[in-house]
Ligand binder design. Structure first.
Ligand code: AMP
Length: 188
């Protein structure tokens, strides 16, 4: 079983519903088990020429899964989910109803014609780092360092959307914690 991190993005259509449906579809893939998910963030569209405020804004989120699928199998399955949401691959970095990126797969380093992992631009994108940190406060981008440090370095220009996490699990801060006096309880 391996652990994979998937970034979701949408800037066309009903973005929130699309992200939720995509997260459900990822969790329902054979050989995939949901582990954690972020809330959504919103950010300005980034094109090949840089940030473009004239484009529809993006909603982004991150899900963490355990999987028996090999990395390329998982990417193929993610492309299937993109296609189910009417994604057409025309303009690189163009508007899209759904974009799914494989950000990390264990601490493996992969570079083939169709798949580069860790995703080469993940460490410089607040719209990936911020939701990833929200899903997993201890996240580490293999080869680059703690996601919290990377996000502090790039600056968080995303806006949190006040919606539940994509998988509907409790927030991380409600995980059991050990109090200084040794008692176990839920953090507020
Ligand atoms: P995009 O248009 O941004 O979705 O780019 C999709 C293309 O990037 C596909 O042809 C993928 O094979 C390729 N690709 C390479 N590495 C990754 C990755 N880690 N996650 C998603 N797509 C990838």
């Amino acid at each position: 079983m391996s652990r994979a991190v998937v970034a979701l993005g949408a800037n066309l259509g009903d973005r929130g519903s699309t992200l939720r449906a995509a997260a459900e579809a990822i969790a329902a893939l054979p050989g995939v088990r949901p582990v954690a998910s972020s809330r959504e963030v919103e950010s300005v569209a980034v094109t090949l020429d840089g940030p473009d405020t004239s484009k529809p804004r993006y909603r982004n989120a991150v899900v963490v899964v355990d999987t028996e699928l090999e990395p390329q199998e998982l990417l193929d399955a993610l492309h299937g989910i993109e296609d189910d949401h009417g994604r057409t691959r025309q303009e690189r970095w163009g508007d899209r109803t759904l974009d799914l990126d494989l950000v990390a797969y264990d601490d493996r380093s992969i570079d083939t014609a169709t798949l580069t992992v860790p995703h080469p631009r993940a460490g410089e994108r607040a719209f990936v780092l911020a939701p990833w940190l929200d899903a997993d406060p201890d996240a580490v981008l293999p080869g680059a360092g703690p996601v919290a440090d990377l996000l502090a370095a790039v600056g968080d220009d995303t806006e949190r959307v006040d919606e539940p996490r994509l998988f509907g699990e409790p927030t991380c801060s409600s995980r059991p914690t050990t109090a200084p006096d040794g008692r176990t309880g839920a953090a507020s």
